[in-house]
Design a protein around this ligand. Structure first.
Ligand code: TXA
Ligand code: MG
Length: 321
């Protein structure tokens, strides 16, 4: 597997792989994405194949500018406002495909809508421009596993299955983008993520839950996901025999093998979450106890990922956020 380094030579070499229909993982501000040409059915099929991802779970399309996004999806006035406020950034909008949208039907799993975002990451934007094509890019991990926040995580998970990785260092946000869809011009929270509910509601008004009032659902919200090999126990206020303890804040710090943020800072905790889970797996812990994390701001996305990490791995059905 090739390692591409940021800089015009690296972007061009990685983009040449994409243009030849191959797959290259790249850093974004949220997590590493597994990029393939979204207009190429075979490249998109190769993404599902490399990840072992069920083909009913559609992919997010990444573009470098709003002007380019307009070729692929139709923006409502509310979607325009959200894009103007949060792009480039950790918000994905689910919008109707344009009539002549050239994105592979496989990428949107046959739906009439497409999930799209402009990543808030300078190197990702340079790479997207060099590709000169929209990139379908799910998180660059085997389906169901922990998302990658470093190039090494990508190599460990997908090495041998993809052409290369554009190494952009550690991801600053650390969880995936917030996914927002629409039902009759009302915004629907399909997946909590790097932009908080509070920030979106300040612009868009109250967010609906999926599957209410005719709202769409998010086909990829599987109950078991983001899972380490170890079993995960939530809201743990003690540490049992054989467990690793993943703490947050000072309250149970004495128990902690890893503390996501001693200062109790949710932004810091989000950035460390997936790395910590990767690390505890590498240390071969069989069980991970996680301390309580407040259900506000980015804590909502952290708790969403941890609940899915804790779900029995046999439970693959869909559930909303
Ligand atoms: O931060 C992120 O969003 C990362 C980086 C790489 O950009 N990407 C990512 O992609 O998390 P992925 O494929 O792991 O998650 C895509 C999510 C899934 O929950 C999927 O079901 C949902 O977006 N989705 C995609 N297209 C959709 C659509 N047309 N309607 C509803 N949900 C959709
Ligand atoms: Mg994923």
């Amino acid at each position: 597997m090739k390692i591409f380094t940021p800089g015009s030579a690296g972007y061009d070499a990685a983009a040449a792989e994409i243009q030849a229909g191959r797959l290259v993982a790249f850093a974004t501000e949220t997590v590493y994405g597994l990029g393939g040409n979204a207009e190429d059915d075979r490249a998109v099929a190769a993404i599902y194949d490399a990840k072992g991802r069920p083909s009913f779970n559609p992919l997010i399309i990444h573009v470098p500018t709003l002007e380019i996004a307009r070729r692929y999806v139709r923006f409502s006035p509310l979607a325009e406002r959200l894009a103007a406020t949060f792009w480039p950034g950790a918000l994905t909008l689910v919008l109707p495909r344009t009539e002549d949208c050239p994105v592979s039907r496989l990428a949107s799993a046959g739906l009439e809508t497409l999930a799209i975002r402009i990543p808030g990451h300078r190197q990702a934007l340079e790479f997207l421009k060099a590709c000169d094509r929209p990139l379908a890019a799910p998180s660059a991990n085997p389906s169901g596993g922990i998302s990658p926040t470093t190039a090494q995580h990508v190599i460990d998970g997908l090495g041998g299955k993809i052409s290369g990785v554009l190494d952009g260092g550690a991801c600053a946000v650390g969880v995936e983008s917030t996914v927002v869809g629409f039902a009759n011009e009302k915004p629907v929270l399909l997946r909590p993520g790097g932009i908080t509910r509070e920030a979106i509601e300040a612009v868009a008004g109250p967010l609906l839950r999926p599957d209410t009032e005719g709202a769409p659902s998010s086909p990829g919200m599987l109950k078991s996901h983001y899972a380490p090999r170890a079993d995960v126990r939530l809201n743990a206020t003690d540490k049992r025999e054989g467990e690793a303890y993943l703490g947050f804040g000072r309250e149970y710090d004495t128990l902690a093998d890893i503390n996501l943020s001693e200062a109790g800072d949710l932004t810091e905790a989000t950035a460390r979450l997936f790395s910590a889970l990767h690390l505890l797996d590498e240390m071969n812990f069989k069980r991970i106890a996680v301390g309580p994390i407040p259900e506000v701001g980015l804590g909502v996305a952290i708790n969403d990922r941890l609940r899915r990490a804790a779900a029995p791995k046999s439970e693959k059905e869909e559930v909303g956020p």
